[in-house]
Unconditional design. Sequence first.
Length: 237
Amino acid sequence: MFQIRRIFDDILPRNRHALEQIQEILRSRFRGLSQANIAKIPDLLRNPFKYDFRSILYVTEIQASGKVRRFAHERGEGNGAGFNVNYPLPEQIDAKTYLETLSRALSHIGHFRPRYLVVCLGLDTAKGDPTGSWKSIVIRGRGSQFILKDFPGAFHVLIVAPIEVRVKRVMESLKLNEEGARKEIARFDDGSREFVKRYFKANIADPINYDIVINTNNLSIEGAASIIVDAAHLLSD
């Protein structure tokens, strides 16, 4: 079982162990990197005021052993050698890069010609989440409204708000000025629209693709969540 974990410093032994593995991977796989900069990684994490910058490191590791895994060069082991393909992506990614990477992944899948395909869509578990009284999962985006269009029990929700409301929310959440917020919204909308149009030949904003459309202009997060939960219960009944 793999887990993705954030590392803020090297105080805990498990964090130091992960950092040592990362430094060794960087030294062996990326020989052009400065050795001094690699050695400085723990100090960057533990002393944000010294560098006037807060660094957070994300690692993917095996839960049982704490071994850091999932680099692009890893292609599987033993009988599974050559069957594993990784596409590491940054936390912030534009639509163009995401779509290009997705196309490469789909090309590998098509070449392999699998009999069955299991797709992980980026799942936010619903247990304990205010929007999720379902006993299964909440899937956020990723074309799930089209992939699971006819799936029994699936409930598709479209959340909308006036552009001025969206701008204000993005300014607050991402600490952007108005111009930056509008650009971020345009980037997100264009990427989502292009993704759905390209792979599902559909319009992401068409209400016919959803069971319910909620305008959050005058609704709190809790209010919108309550409507979704009640509507989902009606569907299950």
